[in-house]
Design a binder for this molecule. Structure first.
Ligand code: ATP
Ligand code: MG
Length: 414
């Protein structure tokens, strides 16, 4: 026998029984986001590698360790590890900065990161996300966060924690970075290898290290004092305090977390995360923030922007499973031609209908009907002769004869 091939490590099939959950996530996104003026965008799954090197940042884990990169005709291409860079590329390439602000775009789809697979962490996973371009005011940050919270609510997820922080602007952050480096210098040899590597290139990233020994170091009083200090400049502080006022007015509960810095290089001012207490260690369902310099860094006009992404697998793991929908009706008949015609008629009237393509025994057909359909539409010789259908409600076993002409409107009353 030939070898059985398996799905690649870190990837998963989304099977028909999982489909109702995915459909719910996508349907709610499309409906809710459009109420906030968002339009869907679909960018390619691979892009030139340089887009991510420049867009995500070459001090990030994503770019340094996690990209699926391949060569084709002398070009280096990469499967997208996230979608912000791709959306920004498209925004610039399609001249969307000429549209009146804000330009609001949303997306959903697979992302690829070469990470260690574990619960809540895959190598191919899916994100749903938004990007809003053209607004520097904190109203944009507030609306983006509100949308995330309301999307989660629409899924029945109310019990989540919103954490926010402000990273300041490149100017005020530079000073903070220096201070962090200074205070951590004596501890350098005690930091984990990743933190030692990031120390020079991206010291802020140290703050969200998940290694316990590093976390303990950041708790030391003299170090904690620097981390917790208010380093952001007056303008950034004003932006941040406005955001907090809006969130309070909108009844969005949030916690401030000075250690929240996010993994990506492009954020400034607002960053936020939404976490669940039911997800174990991979507990972030949503991450986002403001990225005012990214459009310019990728060659576009200076355009402020804010956005977020949610991990769809993590959302699904928080939701109760949904039973797949049953067919409206299964036609039970030993006359395949008549069954075919009736099925066709009903499908044209928007019902989900099947019949037995193998013309098995009546009892077998009824058995099958009770497994996969809400109603059995019985079409025996008598029924065909009298132009009626015997309709059986498969959950109550009530049966009634209905004229063919009224079938569509009356079967639901059986
Ligand atoms: P984490 O800290 O969990 O690695 P992240 O900061 O890398 O998350 P982002 O790049 O901001 O995550 O992506 C946004 C969301 O996408 C995360 O909050 C998470 O829900 C989801 N996500 C990220 N990486 C994965 C993955 N490998 N598998 C499944 N979901 C993921
Ligand atoms: Mg990550």
């Amino acid at each position: 026998m030939a070898n059985i091939l398996k799905v690649v490590k870190g990837t998963k099939d989304i099977l028909p029984q999982d489909e109702p959950m995915w459909h719910l996530l996508e349907q709610n996104a499309s409906e809710l986001f459009s109420k906030y003026g968002y339009k869907e965008i679909r960018t390619p799954i691979f892009e030139v590698t340089e887009l991510f090197a420049r867009g995500v940042g070459d001090t990030t884990d994503i770019v340094n360790k996690e990209m699926y990169t391949f060569e084709k005709s002398d070009r280096s291409l990469t499967l997208r590890p996230e979608n912000t860079a791709g959306v920004v590329r498209s925004f610039i390439e399609n001249g969307m900065s000429r549209l009146s602000a804000p330009v609001k775009l949303w997306y959903k789809g697979p992302m690829f990161r070469y990470e260690r697979p574990q619960a809540g962490r895959q190598r191919q996973f899916h994100q749903v996300g938004i990007e809003m371009f053209g607004i520097k005011e904190p109203t944009a940050d507030a609306e983006a966060i509100l949308l995330a919270v309301n999307y989660l609510k629409s899924l029945g997820l109310n019990d989540l924690e919103v954490e926010i922080n402000s990273l300041g602007c490149p100017k005020c952050r530079e000073e903070y970075k220096q201070k962090i480096k200074e205070v951590l210098k004596p501890e350098f040899s005690n930091l984990c290898e990743d933190c030692q590597n990031r120390y020079e290139k991206n010291p802020l990233r140290l703050l969200d290290c998940k290694v316990d020994t590093c976390k303990a170091i950041f708790e030391k009083p003299e170090i904690k004092e620097v981390i917790q200090s208010d380093f952001i400049c007056e303008e950034c502080a004003e932006h941040y305090s406005q955001l907090k006022i809006y969130l309070k007015e909108l009844n969005v509960k949030f916690k401030e977390n000075k250690l929240l810095v996010r993994g990506l290089d492009y954020y400034n001012r607002t960053v936020f995360e939404i976490k669940s207490n039911n997800l174990g260690s991979q507990n972030a369902v949503c991450g986002g923030g403001r990225y005012d310099s990214l459009v310019r860094n990728l060659g576009g006009d200076d355009t402020p922007a804010v956005g977020w992404a949610m991990g769809m697998e993590r959302l699904i793991s928080l939701l109760p499973t949904i039973e797949p929908k049953k067919l409206n009706a299964y036609i039970v008949s030993n006359s395949p031609v008549e069954a075919f015609k009736l099925a066709q008629e009903l499908r044209e009237e928007n019902l989900a209908v099947e019949f037995d393509l193998q013309n098995k025994k009546f009892t077998k057909q009824l058995e099958k009907a009770s497994k996969i359909a809400q109603y059995a539409f019985i079409l025996g010789e008598d029924e065909i002769k009298n132009n009626v259908v015997s309709v059986k409600n498969l959950s109550t076993s009530v049966q009634k004869t209905i004229d063919r002409a009224n079938l569509r409107s009356e079967f639901i009353n059986v």
